[in-house]
Design a protein around this ligand. Structure first.
Ligand code: TPP
Ligand code: MG
Length: 556
């Protein structure tokens, strides 16, 4: 008799081959054989309280580690609950695999428990969605799903595994079990050499260049190449999404508040790894006379919504390195000439900063949100991963909070999903125990997925949670007030006055209430010291709004 292996154990072997160390899951009878396989392969099983959290955690794990994240959910409602997390990963270009259960193939379309057309539902929000047709193919198709995750800009894949396929055992030699490092190619793609030459030429002649380092700079782990590029060519850099932190605050090439000015005045604008979506005003906020270069992993993103002068598809790190090298020899005194341009931007930057400073130091009660985000910014260390999950309060933070290291900023991305915070915090702490994790929540956002605070207690994943509590869905309320008037603005956006510090304590964490701005810092220190998952509930002024909320640009 030859040795046999079940579908669930083949899933675990394929996950192991990809380097996946943890799955996020909520149990169901359809998927238990995967758990049993994970026990054999030494893959940790983190069981959460809602499948949305499992999917967001897989997304977060991928962002932090650079490896694909994996969530495993049961058929039907388990899979539909995870849809939001997959959709978020899709818009954020995050490589994750969702595995969903399915009724037995032998009962296909007979009305089995929790049966739904999962693959049809997932197809528009994944790079690859398929049913595993036989036990022999399980590991093979899991590896195929991972390969598809990395095609172009990364993204999620979905597999449903029918229960009889998962539970059946087959002789091990009949199953294809791809081996680590042998089933997919390197994903790094260098840019077209001719295009690099043109970019070098543009860089050599530009007097007022500016570069935007987007999320793919982190996805491609191109931090060093980006730093080398801006140094060699003396180019002021702006960062967005996961690209934040590429340069540390205080770096001579780090700019943030003068972005609109720079993009209006620049003669050469290089957009790296971020689409012309709403965060970029669909490209309309760039000077119409500037030469615009776009570098992206995804061919479909380049030139979308706005004409460009040069488009290069490929890996941000390889392209920036090649361009810096090609331009450095021919730059002459151009880099030095940019001194005046950089000084001009620094003046604009400093003016904007100083204008806001009194609000950041405000002693007002209820607390000015600017003061809260200022305190958070001061509190972050080089080893703090910052997560934003909320509406208006997170929009305030987008202006003020500056991560101190690359890869230390997490926001949902362009889907703007509320509820990512608990999941991202869980994944970040799980993947990087050596890091401090801090998450700023809106009270509305926290309440969407906050029960998973309990999961963080159960798995001993300490983090510093802060609820910017305005007892409202304020970002939406602003729009209602602006459109219908103050007297009709309080419809469908008012929350209770919930003491989230007490909620944290109820679930076994550390919790505090803060009403006086002077107490923010000491409360944050105590949360840090507690070594527990914590929630500092900070009562902020509901009557003020972030500029980004008022002009609908949100966090950028
Ligand atoms: C899942 C989800 N539902 C609804 C929205 C729409 N939305 C955007 S901001 C916002 C208000 C969020 O309130 P809160 O988290 O308390 O932050 P605040 O604006 O009050 O600071 C809502 C409901 C969304 N982005 N995501
Ligand atoms: Mg709120």
């Amino acid at each position: 008799m030859s040795e046999t292996i079940s579908g669930g154990h083949l899933v675990a072997k394929a996950l192991k081959a990809e380097g996946v160390e943890v799955i996020y899951t909520l149990c169901g009878g359809h998927i238990i054989d995967i758990y049993d396989g994970c026990v054999d392969e030494g893959i940790e099983v983190i069981d959460v309280r809602h499948e949305q959290v499992a999917a967001h955690a897989a997304d977060g794990y991928a962002r932090i580690t650079g490896k694909p994240g994996c969530a495993v959910v049961t058929a039907g409602p388990g899979t539909t609950d995870a849809v939001t997390g997959v959709a978020n990963a899709y818009r954020a270009e995050s490589p994750m695999l969702l595995i969903g259960g399915q009724g037995a193939l032998s009962q296909h379309k007979m009305g089995s428990l929790q049966d739904l057309p999962h693959v049809d539902m997932m197809a528009p929000i994944t790079k690859f969605a398929a049913t595993v047709p036989s036990t022999e193919r399980v590991a093979d198709i899991v590896s195929m799903a991972f390969r598809e995750c990395y095609h172009g800009a990364p993204g999620p894949s979905f597999l449903e595994i029918p229960r009889d396929v998962l539970d059946a055992k087959v002789p091990i030699e009949r199953a294809r079990i791809p081996e680590t490092g042998r089933y997919r190619a390197s994903t790094r793609q260098a840019g077209d050499p001719e295009a690099i030459e043109r970019l070098a030429d543009l860089l050599a002649h530009a007097e007022k260049p500016a570069i935007l380092l987007g999320s793919q700079v982190w996805t491609c782990r191109a931090t060093d190449a980006a730093i080398d590029f801006v140094r060699t060519l003396n180019v002021p850099a702006y960062m967005n999404g996961s690209g934040r932190g590429t340069l540390a605050p205080g770096d001579p090439h780090h700019f943030q508040l003068s972005r609109r000015y720079a993009f209006t005045e620049a003669d050469l604008i290089i957009i790296v790894g971020t689409p012309f979506d709403f965060r970029m005003g669909y490209g309309k906020r760039l000077s119409p006379t500037a030469t615009v270069v776009q570098i992206d992993l995804d061919y479909r993103t380049v030139g979308k919504n706005r004409d460009i002068d040069l488009g290069i598809v490929g890996d941000a790190g390889l392209i920036l390195s090649a361009a810096a090298q090609a331009a450095s020899g021919r730059i002459g005194d151009a880099a030095a000439k940019r001194k005046a341009w950089i000084e001009e931007l620094r003046t604009v930057e400093t003016q904007a900063y100083e204008k806001r400073l009194p609000r950041q130091h405000s002693d007002a009660q209820p607390i000015d949100p600017y003061r809260l985000v200022h305190e958070i910014n001061e509190f972050l260390t080089e080893d703090t991963i910052y997560i934003g999950d909320g509406g208006d309060i997170v929009t305030f933070s987008g202006q003020v909070v500056q991560p101190k290291s690359p890869g230390h900023w997490m926001d949902p991305g362009p889907l703007g999903t509320l509820g990512v915070g608990t999941a991202f915090a869980m994944a970040a702490k799980q993947a990087r125990r050596d890091k401090e994790v801090l998450c700023l929540f809106g009270d509305g956002a926290f309440s969407l997925t906050g029960w998973d605070f309990e999961t963080m207690v159960r798995f001993d994943l300490p983090f510093i949670g802060i609820v910017g509590n305005n007892s409202s869905m304020n970002q939406i309320r602003y729009g209602q007030a602006a459109k219908y008037g103050e007297d009709r603005a309080r419809v469908g956006n008012t929350l209770g006055d919930i003491r989230y510090g007490e909620f944290a304590k109820l679930l076994g964490g550390h919790g505090e209430e803060v009403r006086d701005p002077a107490d923010i810092r000491p409360a944050l220190e105590r949360a840090r010291e507690s070594g527990k998952p914590s929630l500092i509930n900070v009562w902020v002024d509901p009557e003020v709004y972030a500029p980004g909320t008022m002009n609908q640009t949100m966090y950028k």
